[in-house]
Design a protein around this ligand. Structure first.
Ligand code: ATP
Ligand code: MG
Ligand code: MG
Length: 392
């Protein structure tokens, strides 16, 4: 039905789940990534993929020559060559301009600030004097962040007091540009997936709550239970107002960028109810994995629909509640939760086919659906405990 070919930079777990959606719709996907058996390539090994780096201009041009539309599953790509290809008429989504704005977190913040999106205050830190100025201006703790190549909190350092200032620079990768952010005393972390079609149509998914452990996404609950008890009682109007505001912030933020695709928008819900945007991912996002089982259209399928200009699918949930647990590398304990998931009602296991299991690496995830958030919690708790008994 769809004759246009899609090429994707990156073949990790996000690419793998895009491939799963593409396979179902019979959309041809060519993957550019280094390993011949990258997670995404494994699930469509008969397709001719490209072996090489998604940062290598030669390989990106080779991919461009064999497909109609280019997209990404990672933002840390070479945007200069993508800009060249776009200028020569190749369809690239999201646009290279959007990817390069987002891949530098500080440029991203400046852009969002210009568009009146609420953010934690930030300060450029090109030298030691600026890091010290951040301490004076923001107080302690404050967050020192790598502008580029950050993921899973690996580019962040918490500066807890004046004593930390001297060594702060050396805690982050040498040479990487830095900026500082005021500490956000958040009550919870929220996220919203937003999809925008080449037609300009924007749709957001429900607000979810994300729970991080050591700065890595650990759990996701959909929809977010802000302002209400697990049984759905208590302050409904407070809850509705937060959900509506968070969706609006996310939609406004994404509308300020060019190009199509799915975007993950991470937010802080402050104790006073204020919402601050943390960061945006110009691609499918961990906080949207639950959409495969719990929504009418998954984030991965809507991404493909968006970049090809096909009608967008409904972003509403088709179950009452869902929870997602990341399977992070933890030696022998890594797959304990998966063993329980086989016999847990409403649970679906996704394993990514990664060859090496390093500590903290995302190896898979489990999604649990239920008729209420209480039911989801009850089903998920034994799995969470199997990973780490302290997490009750
Ligand atoms: P990701 O894997 O989501 O791309 P990342 O490496 O880009 O992560 P951030 O999203 O910037 O990192 O931060 C990781 C986590 O650190 C956040 O989810 C939040 O828990 C915490 N954090 C980040 N910025 C702040 C801040 N200004 N104040 C307080 N906590 C913060
Ligand atoms: Mg990030
Ligand atoms: Mg983040």
């Amino acid at each position: 039905m769809e004759s246009r070919k899609v090429g994707i930079l990156g073949g990790g777990q996000l690419g793998r789940m895009v491939q799963e959606a593409a396979s179902r719709l019979n959309i041809s996907l060519t993957i550019l990534d280094e390993p011949v058996d990258a997670p995404a390539k494994q699930v469509n090994a008969f397709q001719t993929h490209i072996e090489g780096s998604f940062k290598d201009p030669v390989k990106i041009r080779e991919l461009a020559a064999s497909v109609d539309v280019i997209t990404v599953e990672i933002e840390h790509v070479d945007t200069e060559v993508l800009k060249e290809l776009e200028a020569s008429g190749k369809a690239i989504h999201p646009t290279p301009a959007t990817i390069s704005l987002i891949q530098d977190k500080y440029l991203q913040k400046q852009h969002l600030s210009k568009h009146n999106i609420p953010l934690a205050d930030s300060l450029d830190c090109p030298d030691q004097a600026a890091i010290e100025r951040a301490g004076q201006e923001f107080g302690y703790p404050f967050m020192l962040k790598a502008k580029t190549l950050a993921y899973d909190g690996r580019g962040n350092y918490v500066v807890r007091s004046e004593e930390d200032l001297q060594d702060a620079r050396s805690k982050l990768a040498p040479g990487v540009p830095l900026y500082a952010e005021r500490w956000a005393k958040f009550d919870r972390e929220l996220a919203v997936m937003v999809v925008r079609s080449v037609t300009g149509e924007v749709r957001s998914y429900p607000v979810v709550e994300t729970v991080h452990k050591n700065s890595i996404c650990h759990l996701v609950f959909a929809p977010a239970q802000v302002g209400r008890g697990l049984s759905g009682t208590s302050d409904e109007s407070f809850s509705t107002s937060i959900q509506e505001r968070a969706r609006k912030v996310a939609e406004n933020a994404i509308s300020s960028f060019t190009g199509a695709g799915i975007f993950g928008v991470e937010m802080f819900l402050m104790k006073d109810g204020q919402i601050l945007l943390n960061e945006i991912a110009p691609r499918p996002h961990n906080s949207g994995h639950y959409t495969i089982e719990a929504s009418h259209t998954s984030q991965f399928e809507n991404h493909l629909r968006a970049i090809l200009g096909l009608p967008l699918g409904s972003t509403e949930m088709k179950v009452q509640a869902a929870g997602m647990l990341n399977i992070l590398g933890a030696g022998e304990k890594t797959y304990e939760a998966c063993k329980l998931a086989y016999s847990a009602p409403g649970a679906t296991t996704h394993l990514y086919g990664k060859k090496e299991c390093k500590a903290g690496r995302k190896m898979g995830h489990i999604t649990v659906v239920g008729d209420s958030m209480q039911e989801v919690h009850d089903r998920l708790l034994p799995m969470v405990m199997a990973m780490d008994p302290k997490d009750e």
